[in-house]
Write a protein that binds this ligand. Structure first.
Ligand code: FE2
Ligand code: FE2
Length: 181
């Protein structure tokens, strides 16, 4: 069974791979890559908001400050992703926000891995880390795939409107082939 840090690491690696391919420059399947980025980041940040940041706030002494900082970064990333969502790769509005976003997301992942994971790892028991990992994995299967920065980054989203939004997103994605390689 995967613990929270393994689950998060797999997500971060998947996101980093898409960022690397996107930063290789124009051409290729850029629009598909941008769609993949939007889907992966939206699901990942949704489950962090639902389960990860509450765990940081609860278990890490002084964890509120890095949690606030990181969720502010996430809200900013979601706004930028929302602007990108649905744009074609040929659109003049596509490349510029994308290049800023690549650096912003990389910095966010590094912030979590270096500033947040180490103290949480020390604070959680093995059982707690495993339970958090299970919650994150289950949550991902329910998470929306379109960013909505208008929703406050607080727990409860996934259980309430998030699950409905996710179902609608997934139906739409299936109909359009969005996110398929
Ligand atoms: Fe995050
Ligand atoms: Fe993360």
């Amino acid at each position: 069974m995967s613990d929270a840090f393994q689950v998060l690491k797999i997500d971060h690696e998947a996101i980093t791979t898409v960022l690397r391919r996107l930063s290789a420059g124009p051409g290729g399947a850029r629009q598909r890559l941008a769609e993949r980025l939007i889907i992966e980041v939206t699901k990942h940040e949704t489950v962090e908001e639902e389960f990860f940041w509450p765990a940081v706030r609860e278990h890490v002494s002084g964890g509120g400050a890095p949690a606030d900082e990181a969720t502010a970064q996430e809200q900013h990333v979601k706004s930028a992703l929302q602007e990108l969502d649905g744009l074609s790769a040929g659109d003049p509005r596509f490349e510029e926000p994308l290049s800023g976003l690549i650096g912003e997301i990389r910095a966010h992942l590094t912030f979590e891995e270096t500033r947040v994971w180490p103290p949480l790892r020390r604070a959680l028991t093995g059982t707690q880390a495993a339970e958090l990992g299970t919650a994150l994995m289950k949550g991902k299967s329910l998470a929306p795939t379109h960013p909505d920065p208008g929703i406050a980054p607080e727990p409860g989203i996934l259980k309430a409107s998030g699950a409905m939004t996710a179902a609608a997103d997934r139906l739409k994605d299936a109909a359009t082939g969005r996110g398929r390689d």
